[in-house]
Design a binder for this molecule. Structure first.
Ligand code: ATP
Ligand code: MG
Length: 198
């Protein structure tokens, strides 16, 4: 077992919030990771029920939010690849960039549930360790997961979602202390989420 230990925190980050940051920080400490790389998703070709904010805005908010932590960084691999992000592509790209590293893919309880439906689950487990973190409102349950494939971690409960942050901004309610100060200011500067579509 040599090389660096790198956490990967994938997400839409529209906007990044303190639930993401606490999760990454806890997993970094528990698994003694050298670094956690935040990876904002690419811009979906088809918007489903809402328009996702521009990739550059989501990327810059993530940079602002992580800038003060020497162990946090942000990768553009999914944004630069473009289109809908598949975790298997993220892991292949990061593995190629860090061939000797051990990768730890961090997901919240809701995203973890979708691992079950991921077609390349076997391939994913070969590329990275998986760490599932608790999230208020979602049951973290490994009974359906291949034995020993996912480590489950209790993180301090942060009942924060990007959906709620967007709805708050649209309604003129505050997001102070739910997202980092710089992200509050970035949202305001770029006039994000004002149109009301959650
Ligand atoms: P949205 O409401 O738009 O889906 P979100 O808050 O779920 O946004 P995402 O960017 O979708 O944020 O999530 C990225 C990752 O962070 C996912 O693995 C998700 O499960 C995890 N996550 C999000 N919020 C929390 C939280 N409050 N606590 C723990 N994990 C979280
Ligand atoms: Mg989500």
């Amino acid at each position: 077992m040599s090389g660096r230990r790198i956490g990967i925190m994938g997400g839409t980050f529209d906007p990044v919030h303190n639930g993401h940051l606490v999760s990454a920080s806890e997993v970094q400490a528990i698994f003694d990771l050298d670094e956690v790389i935040f990876v904002p998703t690419g811009q979906p070709w088809q918007k489903s029920n809402r328009q996702v904010s521009a990739a550059e805005d989501r990327y810059l908010m993530t940079v602002v939010a992580t800038a003060s932590n020497p162990r946090f960084s942000v990768s553009r691999v999914d944004i630069d690849r473009g289109g809908t992000t598949y975790t298997v592509d993220t892991l292949h790209d990061l593995k190629a960039a860090h061939p000797d590293a051990q990768l730890y893919f961090i997901t919240g309880a809701d995203a973890l549930e979708q691992i079950l439906s991921w077609r390349q689950a076997e391939e994913l487990f070969a590329l990275a360790h998986f760490v599932g973190v608790t999230r208020p409102g979602y049951q973290l349950d490994d009974t359906h997961l291949p034995h020993g494939s996912v480590a489950l971690v209790d993180v301090p409960a942060m009942a924060i979602s990007s959906t709620d942050c967007r709805a708050r901004v649209a309604a003129g309610r505050p997001v102070w202390y739910l997202v980092p100060d710089g992200v509050v200011q970035y949202i305001s500067k770029r006039d994000l989420y004002r149109d009301g579509a959650p």
